[in-house]
Design a protein around this ligand. Structure first.
Ligand SMILES: Nc1ncnc2c1ncn2[C@@H]1O[C@H](COP(=O)(O)OP(=O)(O)OP(=O)(O)O)[C@@H](O)[C@H]1O
Ligand SMILES: [Mg+2]
Length: 353
């Protein structure tokens, strides 16, 4: 994953292992992940509940729960190895001002006792070095940028006076006010209804361009990522099992788990038929995982999948997947019939595009 011609790396995660201690036992939530983030891109991380998406990004912000720890690996940002940070003082150099996060529940990031204007303005003062009237005007500009109307009146209101979608916009304004280089969005629209969800996605896209942000967008909904992401990383049981440009993963996915995720997209379901759902459950992370973690649920599993963990096989300059099916000795396996039409249509579209 070293070569990406157009872009330079802004963050590099190398061989990261994260564990949690729980009731005298140890659970491995992140199992040796390496991932580069490129300047200006929008990377989506997708995967089922419990696959480790939030743990991964929390480790970048120094926000792991107290019983969690980085067992191994590096998180390189500028001249820092964030994996070695141990004090809050260290993290204050990064959190908010270099890397900011928007989470699912905006209320947890807002102070209910302060007007939203003041909350945004504090970041403007602290991180943009503005004062008085300038800071106030910049705050109004940010409110406008995130799609809030009647900004002078809204400035003076408290979080409870806003709807869920509007609160999420305020949280985004606060994040942007700190001038971060990287914005992490952890399921920012999950709690919102579909129309609002689309608006927030569009907003994030606009802000990314306007402020030159690099974004990581987390979701368990593969359907939304095509709209926001330049690249997709697919997570399963604490590992990234496939990564590539959005169209590569969408229309030329190689890992059977990616196929399973794609097959559960509502747009693929035939009318009146039940939506495809992946059979079985993910592995227990307290146990050591042998081979490909998806093997027990994988109808295409080979013998070796139960024995040896697959490495990343390269599909293109930017596309990699951890499946033994890509090994030169593997039998030729076609993606499920139900996906083939989707793949062909998608490739044709990308070609014409
Ligand atoms: N504080 C903790 N103690 C023990 N285990 C934890 C802790 N936090 C997370 N985990 C475990 O780590 C694994 C990954 O959790 P994580 O929250 O990253 O999943 P996720 O992919 O974000 O899921 P979701 O889509 O539901 O948000 C899960 O098995 C979870 O139970
Ligand atoms: Mg999560």
């Amino acid at each position: 994953m070293e070569n990406n011609n157009e872009k330079s790396r802004i963050l590099s995660i190398q061989n990261l292992i994260i564990k949690f201690k729980l009731r005298g036992q140890v659970l491995t939530a992140i199992r040796d992940i390496s991932l580069d983030l490129y300047k200006g891109e929008s990377l989506a991380i997708v995967g089922e509940s419990g696959s480790g998406k939030s743990v991964l990004v929390k480790s970048i912000m120094g926000l792991l729960d107290k019983n969690g720890y980085i067992d191994q690996g590096e998180i390189l940002y500028k001249d820092y190895n964030l994996a070695k940070f141990s004090t809050e003082k260290d993290w204050l150099k990064i959190r908010g001002k270099e890397i900011a996060m928007v989470t699912q529940d905006p209320m947890t990031s807002l102070n209910p006792l302060k007007t939203v204007g003041k909350q945004i303005e504090e970041c403007v003062v602290l991180h943009q070095g503005l004062k008085g009237k300038d800071a106030y005007n910049q705050t109004l500009r940010l409110l406008t940028d995130v799609g809030i109307h009647d900004v002078e009146k809204r400035y003076k209101q408290y979080p409870h006076e806003f709807s869920g979608g509007m609160r999420q916009r305020i949280v985004i304004a606060i994040a942007v006010a700190c001038n971060p280089k990287i914005l992490i969005c952890d399921e920012p629209t999950t709690a919102l209804d579909v129309t609002i969800q689309a608006q927030i996605l569009q907003l994030l896209k606009n802000l990314q361009e306007k402020y030159g942000l690099t974004t990581i967008y987390i979701t368990h909904d593969l359907g939304v990522v095509a709209k926001v992401a330049d690249r997709i990383a697919v997570m399963y049981a604490g590992d990234i099992i496939e990564v590539g440009k959005t169209h590569e993963v969408f229309f030329n996915g190689k890992h059977p788990y990616t196929w399973a995720l794609l097959s559960s997209l509502p747009q693929l379901g035939a009318k009146g038929e039940e939506l495809y759902s992946i059979k079985g459950t993910p592995p227990n992370l307290f146990n050591e995982i042998k081979g490909d973690a998806f093997a027990p649920r994988n109808p295409y599993a080979l013998n070796i999948d139960f024995i040896e963990r697959p490495p990343f096989f390269q599909v293109s300059e930017t596309h990699f997947a951890k499946t033994w099916l890509l090994h030169s000795d593997a039998p030729k396996v076609e993606p499920p019939q139900s996906l083939q039409g989707f793949f062909e249509e998608g490739r044709r579209y990308v070609h014409e595009y």
